[in-house]
Design a protein around this ligand. Structure first.
Ligand code: PLP
Length: 450
């Protein structure tokens, strides 16, 4: 008997029971009773195991994961090299609290991150457990070092959900509603979202008004430069819609920051660790951040965050900042293995598979009237859906419908911003898998608008 492609290709999806199947439905019913309802689950995937870019659910379905667990499993699900590192470390030492004692692999990882961070200045590294903690440490360090208490952040930015990072986050109002008052001293300004420029300009002719506003208005009116500690940005906005600013945004940012003597904090939590086809998104633009927040892909799924700063900025006193679990030895070992894999070819793979995907996707706005813009770097790609290309009216319902249909066909994608789909597969994704995912998305889009 002939076998079908999805039976033969274990690197492609295979749906045998329409999800949620009976086992998935049972887990979801239990979840509803006891797990925080604040989590946003766009569709009922109940994961059981994974390898590479493939995730299996509890009912025997196989999915192609174009979201990498929200841009986390950089080296794919359960990469054997990472699993081995975790196993070996777990049998040696699981915890000793790097805040109070020493262990060698924490030093090795700090050395490594300091070496691969953009720029040549000596660096120091603070370890936490998550993106939000990496951002909190960056905020505290900037205040501590400068003696200033104010920050500029960007609309559409997402920096985490603890009180400090939430004060920077300006992605969706549901993330802030009911939690105030937040940390004072943060001013939000429009990001370089050129498709929807807040100043009505186009990237070719604009004067980077979105940065000029700092120098020409803010510091002259509500934000004295002597009180401004740092400008915080995602070099490529993630949750906001996978938005890539033009080079001149970064040039202007550096000029203004230097002139005003303020720090630049780059939140590379989502854009870092090779996702954009270089180790850091900042590198695409020649940006050397003073402080960088890193997490997500750093340990291929184990909880770890890092705040990397110029050594002279990280001069705080013992006891000033720490976290019991930060830099846990098992997470650190997973991170060392991840970095080895990234440098051993995965960053390159992100660049080449990402370029291949963009070559296809670039044509979509011409081919599909409901695709407004496609943008991205490496394997950080956003597809923005609109009701009409001329008015650019957002089409959130179409985005949701396409994501849902893709799920039913075995391809996992997540939304970003109000009306975009983000493609952020593991960096091990192959060209074949990427093509498969794009074929499915095209079919789903055609079906959704039919
Ligand atoms: C750019 C950015 N910063 C910070 C965070 C917060 O990370 P975490 O959820 O690990 O706290 C995220 C999470 O999505 C992020 O995308």
């Amino acid at each position: 008997m002939m076998r079908t492609v999805d039976e033969m290709r274990t690197d492609f999806p295979r749906i045998v029971t329409a999800p949620p199947g009976p086992k998935a439905a049972a887990v979801i019913a239990r979840d509803k009773a006891v797990v925080s309802p604040s989590y946003t689950r766009p569709y009922p995937l109940v994961a059981e195991r994974g390898e590479g870019a493939i995730v299996h659910d509890v009912d025997g379905n196989r999915f192609l994961d174009m979201s990498a667990g929200i841009a986390v499993v950089a080296s794919g699900h359960c990469h054997p090299r990472v699993v081995k590192a975790i196993r070996q470390q777990a049998s040696r030492l699981i915890h000793m609290s790097g805040t109070d004692y020493y262990y060698e692999n924490m030093v090795a990882l700090a050395e490594k991150l300091a070496r691969v961070a953009p720029g040549n200045a000596p660096r120091r590294v603070y370890f936490g457990n998550s993106g939000t903690e990496a951002v909190e440490a960056a905020l505290k360090m900037a205040r501590y070092h400068t003696g200033r208490d104010k920050f500029i952040a960007f609309l559409g930015g997402f920096h985490g959900r603890t009180m400090g990072s939430l004060s920077l986050t300006a992605s969706k109002s549901v993330q802030r509603k009911g939690f105030g008052p937040l940390v004072p001293g943060v001013t939000h300004i429009p990001y370089a979202y050129c498709y929807r420029c807040a100043y009505g300009k186009s990237p070719d002719t604009c004067a980077v008004e979105c940065v000029k506003v700092i120098e020409e208005q803010l510091v002259k009116t509500i934000l004295p430069a002597e009180e401004l500690a740092a400008i915080v940005l995602e070099p490529v906005q993630g949750e906001g819609g996978y938005i890539v600013p033009p080079q001149k945004f970064f040039d202007e940012l550096r000029r203004v920051a230097e002139k005003l003597g303020v720090l630049i904090i780059a939140d590379e939590v989502q854009s870092g660790m090779g996702r954009t086809g270089r180790m850091w998104a900042s590198e695409h633009f020649g940006l050397t951040p003073d402080i960088m927040a890193v997490a997500k892909g750093i340990a291929s799924g184990l909880p770890l965050g890092a705040t990397i700063a110029r050594a002279e900025l990280m001069q705080w006193k013992p006891g000033a900042h720490a976290s019991t679990f930060g830099g846990n030895p098992v997470a650190v070992e997973a991170s060392l293995a991840t970095l080895e894999l990234l440098e051993g070819g995965l960053v390159e793979n992100a660049a080449s598979v990402g370029a291949h995907m963009m070559n296809r996707l670039r044509e979509w706005p011409a081919r599909y009237a409901r695709v407004g813009e496609v943008r991205g770097l490496g394997l950080m790609i956003g597809i923005e859906f609109v009701k009409d290309q001329a008015t650019r009216e957002r089409d959130a319902a179409l985005r949701d419908r396409v994501s849902q249909l893709a799920f039913e066909r075995g391809v996992l994608v997540l939304g970003a911003g109000q009306n975009s789909i983000r493609l952020s597969p593991p960096l091990v994704v192959t060209r074949d898998q990427a093509d498969y995912a794009l074929d499915v998305l095209e079919e789903c889009l055609r079906q959704a608008v039919a």
